[in-house]
Write a protein that binds this ligand. Structure first.
Ligand code: TXA
Ligand code: MG
Length: 323
């Protein structure tokens, strides 16, 4: 575990307007003091992200979240009580504390209490809110280890805290609870499933495909490795990879252990279990790139529970790309 000195140093850098790489239980974040506009602008510059895209404000407790929002409806209270600290982000009406730099000029702010002890340690030491998108270049694969952050953004960061590999492995579930008229809705599926949300709220919480708010993770192509991504069923994967291989491409497959691949095709195995699959997915996509494959054929887990969030990410990774 990290020393208290490193956590204190990270808080000091944040206090003085710098940015740091920070572990959370979902993915590593690129953190800046959410109340320092210049610091927040550095996040966009380092990531290469359009500056009107809103960021999540991370805080140490549900109580700390209150000062960032102008109302905290009963349903939000119930979700916070059940899932915080944890991989859930709530979108709520913003208070004056949340600047346009963080919210992208929207009337709402996204808040989350992360479950990782290092993230919580830094937030407590800072005593404020930290804006933190995933610590990768815009559109790329989110980092789930400190080494991933170093690889993508190391040159731009004075400090990357190493909290070990992320336990969840995919980004938080984002739930919009900001509307009095519309019911709660999932803007980005994640580890906390619709069924878990429904169990707390006593009503269905649908995944909404297009919403007025700008969620960069909802852009068509996102979470994408360099290699082309092709989604495929288990019984087609041999044929698909063989075909691509014959066309002269450097091909890899991501499959369950039980599926065999043709000779000359790179093999990457992920478990059938969606929770374990999510934990290792991004590291595996990064390995595919590191080994120089041009295309990867991916077999997904079943689309239920966490499998829905995995499908959401893989669908965007497989989407047509610009340029
Ligand atoms: O698990 C996570 O959420 C990670 C870790 C670091 O906490 N963070 C993360 O941040 O995934 P980012 O910036 O890569 O994705 C945050 C998403 C973006 O798609 C953004 O558009 C959306 O949250 N978002 C932020 N504020 C919003 C708002 N007010 N309304 C709707 N969406 C919002
Ligand atoms: Mg991201």
């Amino acid at each position: 575990m990290l020393s208290d000195e490193l956590i204190a140093r990270a808080a000091e850098i944040l206090r003085s307007g710098g940015v740091v790489g920070l572990p959370t239980e979902t993915v590593y974040g690129l953190a800046a003091d959410a109340e320092n506009e210049l610091a927040v602008r550095q996040i966009f510059a380092i990531k290469g992200r359009p500056s009107h895209h809103p960021l999540i404000v991370h805080v140490a407790s549900a109580d700390a979240a209150r000062s960032w929002v102008s109302s905290f409806p009963k349903e939000a209270e119930a979700l916070a009580a059940k899932f915080w600290p944890g991989p859930l982000t709530l979108v709520l009406p913003r208070s004056g504390r949340a600047s346009d730099a963080v919210t992208g000029g929207q009337a709402t702010v996204a808040v989350r209490v992360p479950g990782h002890p290092v993230a919580l340690g830094v937030l407590k030491a800072l005593g404020g809110g930290v804006a933190a998108p995933s610590a990768n270049k815009f559109g790329g694969v989110s980092p789930t280890t400190a080494a991933h952050v170093r690889h993508d953004l190391g040159d731009a960061l004075p400090l990357i805290l190493d909290g070990g590999p992320c336990q969840v492995g995919i980004e938080s579930t984002i739930v919009d609870v900001s509307s009095k008229d519309l019911g709660p809705a999932i803007l980005r599926p994640g580890f906390i499933t619709s069924a878990q949300l429904q169990a707390v709220l006593g009503r269905p919480v649908p995944v909404v495909e297009s919403s007025e708010v700008r969620v960069s993770g909802s852009l068509e192509s996102h979470y994408a490795p360099k290699a082309g991504v092709v989604l495929c069923s288990p019984d087609e994967v041999r044929k698909r990879t063989a075909f691509l291989r014959e066309s002269g491409k450097r091909v890899a497959g991501i499959t369950p252990d039980s599926v065999a691949l043709p000779a000359g095709v790179g093999r990457f195995h992920l478990p059938d279990d969606a929770v374990l699959y999510a934990q290792r997915l991004y590291a595996t996509l990064r390995d595919v790139d590191a080994q120089g494959f041009e295309v990867v054929v991916v077999v997904e887990p079943e689309q239920e529970g966490v499998g829905i969030a995995i499908h959401d990410r893989l669908k965007r990774a497989a989407a047509p790309r610009k340029g």
